[in-house]
Design a protein around this ligand. Sequence first.
Ligand code: GLA
Length: 401
Amino acid sequence: MDLRPGPVNAAESAVALAAAFTEAYRRAPEGVWHAPGRINVIGEHTDYNDGLVLPFALPLGVSVAAARRDDAVLEVRSLQAADAAVTVSLDGTGPDQVRRWAGRERWAAYPFGVASLLRAHGAGGASLLIDSDLPQGAGLSSSAALECATALALCDLYGLDDLAADRPALARLAQRAENDYAGMPCGIMDQSAALLCTAGHALMLDCRSGLSSQVPLDLPGKGLALLVVNTRARHELTGGEYAARRADCERAAALLGVEALRDVKDLGGALARLDDPVLRRRTQHVVTENHRVEAAAGLMRAGAEAELGGMLTASHLSLRDLYEVSWPEADLAVETALKAGARGGRMIGGGFGGSVIVLAAADRAPRVREAITTAYTDRNLPTPEFLNAVPSAAAHRRLPR
Ligand code: GLA
């Protein structure tokens, strides 16, 4: 899927999706819902350690046109994969079976997982047509956007108003769909970003308590630009590395006698107690990253956004050297950006492919962008793609308005 320059005209694309639904299913949809992708300012691999994250929603995302069916069947099609229609009964198709879906059916595990879990709340079957302007595998949470747009659609269609209004609960349901049906043991950050963010703000989320607050983020107002660089090295998180990092953290927490690495207060003491150098590195990343999130939120609240650069770069080095989830194209983008005068930058998301964010003075951003493109071209890497990161709204209904 190609990255389209955003933001797209939301109203027009919702109308076009509704028309495409009518053509595909020979009946009109009952509505169109949208959920955004996200970037994460800082707080990587902290969510499943009960820690802190600071993401914001992108203007790009996933839209779902939907109509109820009078049986318990989920029918899903996507404008991005016209040949991959999937029709499955919600009754008698369990998570174990869905996790084994391969090839063209695989993407349907996300909406199917959500629809299955919503059965217990009273939702039934539906026909869905999905459209996305988020690149997949770019670490911008296209899966969470798909889950959350589907969840909101089904809640609205089946009158599950209490659940739709309880967005933290809906985020947990979407996360469970991804864990159980897609087999990806993700934390709660991406689904929370898709459902809780507000325009013009980043979301400070405590992943243990579920408490969140909105932190204003106006970079252009401060003469700054945040570039999102899709390195075009695709990430595939259902692979073992993500689960392996989670297991490392759980092992370290158990050895230290704490519930989660979030609870480590004395880092020096904890490192002295861990014999395994790998577990020491993982612990050091998680503990320091939580402090960086607090510091970054503090800088943002103080209106000192330019100082975030140092935090971003420190996070990247920690993810590269201690957590070991960075990848060569990300390191190249960050190093090149710094040399070209950016204030800081880091990989975002789970790692092993995906995107990087770079903070730069607005008047320097074109030079930074050019330097990254040249560095990639010089090494025969695919041309990176740049997105403008504007803090945008969470999931919502787009039609009828
Ligand atoms: C992926 C997961 C999130 C989070 C990040 C790393 O995006 O889905 O839950 O763990 O990786 O911060």
